[in-house]
Ligand binder design. Structure first.
Ligand SMILES: [Fe+2]
Ligand SMILES: [Fe+2]
Length: 254
């Protein structure tokens, strides 16, 4: 089983870029399934249904989110029936806390967890939430997208749940880390990075972000408008010999 997991997709134009490059990446890496983090697709925050449908047309098997899950309120209209998993430790009762994917009879459970360090959201304990989920999950493979800021929290979660889940991949910082490893047969990376505009600050317009820091005026940010994009993610090989490989590609937009 080989899974391509793409980091936070930033902006709707990036969907077009992925559409043009996904088949090639899948072919080169013998990919069976593609998962993505899609919390930043629609104007940089959230996921409207139209963009969700575009991801489905691309054949994406599962979508995880993060602190921007509900940034576009229309997601509440369709999330319950969608191939979307929301952070399991969000204390809300809409959306799934485990997404089950059936691939030729093999069941993959996809879990999304939000970190609490530097995260300004009322959240349940991600460690205790995972303990509880593991009592009920029945699957051949369990994959967790841990969405958070602090490397220490992600790494602690990894060592705590190594051997109990198959992969823990980080998201949220939009910056790919070079700390991928395998421990107790569990694959890990602190952060997969992002798919989005190359010349940007975490996907957003450079001048606007500089202005925020220089003036303290928190005007809404726009996704950067460039024609160079990066595609970041990981290839998870869940075969007998397990491995994790980083994907970091630079491609042209339109
Ligand atoms: Fe993000
Ligand atoms: Fe995030």
């Amino acid at each position: 089983m080989r899974i391509l997991y793409l980091g936070d997709i930033v902006g709707e134009k990036t969907l077009e870029v992925l559409k043009n490059n996904l088949e090639q990446i899948k072919k080169e890496n013998n990919i069976n399934l593609v998962f993505v983090n899609a919390e930043n697709v629609s104007s940089g925050k959230g996921l409207i249904e139209k963009h969700y449908q575009e991801l489905m047309k691309m054949g994406i098997a599962g979508i995880s989110m993060g602190n921007h899950t509900f940034s576009k309120s229309e997601i509440t209209n369709y999330i319950n029936d969608a191939k979307i998993v929301r952070p399991a430790n969000l204390p809300c009762n809409i959306g799934k806390d485990v997404l089950y994917i059936n691939y030729n009879g093999q069941i993959i459970a996809l879990v999304n967890m939000l970190g609490r360090v530097y995260t300004n959201t009322p959240l349940d304990d991600p460690f205790k939430t995972m303990d509880e989920l593991l009592k009920n999950i029945k699957a051949d493979y369990i994959i967790v997208d841990f969405h958070g800021d602090a490397t220490s929290e992600k790494k602690a979660f990894f060592y705590d749940f190594s051997g109990k889940v198959d992969a823990i991949v980080g998201s949220h910082t939009h910056t790919q880390t070079a700390d991928e490893e395998v421990y107790n047969n569990t694959l890990f990376i602190s952060d997969m990075g992002m798919c989005g505009p190359y010349d940007s600050i975490l996907g957003d317009d450079i001048n606007q972000v500089i202005d925020r820091f220089r003036t303290g005026m928190f005007t809404p940010l726009k996704v950067a408008n460039t024609n160079k994009y990066k595609i970041n993610g990981v290839v998870l090989d869940l075969g007998i010999k397990r491995s994790i490989k980083r994907i970091n590609i630079e491609v042209k937009g339109d």
